[in-house]
Design a protein around this ligand. Structure first.
Ligand code: DX5
Ligand code: ZN
Length: 222
């Protein structure tokens, strides 16, 4: 996998032809499929569960599936998604009673483990679990909906997180999620992110290859 990862969020895809949409976006150059799971409890919206993840695997999707759990509680969904073919799983620390246990559960299933941080969630919640993390998903919008505007102050948070990760000596990806577009992806990467979730910016355009190409071009300028 290249050092910069582009992960289209299928939240913005056409659900009536989801398999084709995922095929198309992967053929257009995406690396990872970002899969937003919402439960109308932890966040005020409802999307899809493990059956849809399994259906994508059965359809033939082999790319990593990055499951972003916006659900509470989390542990049952971790196991269900791991069994349904998830590759990466992240959850929000506020949604788990036992964050360390939930992270271990993800790793026991052989998946990459991440924590997802809301805009107001401080970085110090990572302090005692750095050794269990493969990625940190930094939310640059409040979770629950696609198509929102990037919160600019999150760039400082990414810079601080990058410093924490360097100090830890661990290989931990920084994934940014929310409002990522062609015109801000370079600044986000310069702050320290290496994995970019984009929903409306990609699926909202007719030519996925063109948008992903423009994103990669911006990243090549760093
Ligand atoms: C929001 C989701 C995001 C969202 C991104 O809760 O986690 O993944 O779909 O959508 P855009 O790129 O449209 O902001
Ligand atoms: Zn997401």
């Amino acid at each position: 996998m290249s050092s910069f990862v582009i992960a289209p969020s299928i939240l913005a895809a056409d659900f009536a032809c989801l398999g084709q949409e995922v095929d198309d976006v992967l053929k257009a150059g995406a690396d990872v499929v970002h899969f937003d799971v919402m439960d109308n409890h932890y966040v005020p919206n409802l999307t899809f569960g493990p059956m849809i993840c399994k259906a994508l695997r059965q359809y033939g999707v082999t790319a990593p599936i990055d499951v972003h759990l916006m659900v509470q509680p989390v542990d049952d969904m971790i196991s269900a998604f791991a069994e349904a073919g998830a590759s990466w799983i992240s959850f929000h620390p506020e949604a788990s009673q036992h964050v360390d246990r939930s992270l271990q559960l993800i790793q026991e299933h052989g998946c990459k483990a991440g924590l997802a941080l809301n805009p107001a969630t401080p970085l110090n919640c990572l302090e005692h679990v750095m050794h269990r993390l493969d990625h940190v998903l930094v939310m640059s919008v409040n979770p629950g909906f696609g198509g929102q505007s990037f919160i600019p102050s999150i760039l400082d948070k990414v810079v601080q997180l990058k410093q924490m990760i360097i100090a830890s000596g661990k290989q931990i990806r920084i994934e940014i999620d929310g409002g990522v577009k062609v015109d801000n992806i370079r600044a986000i990467a310069e702050a320290g992110a290496d994995t970019f979730v984009a929903g409306s910016a990609i699926f909202g355009q007719p030519d996925y290859m063109k948008v992903i190409g423009e994103m990669r071009h911006q990243l090549s300028l760093i």
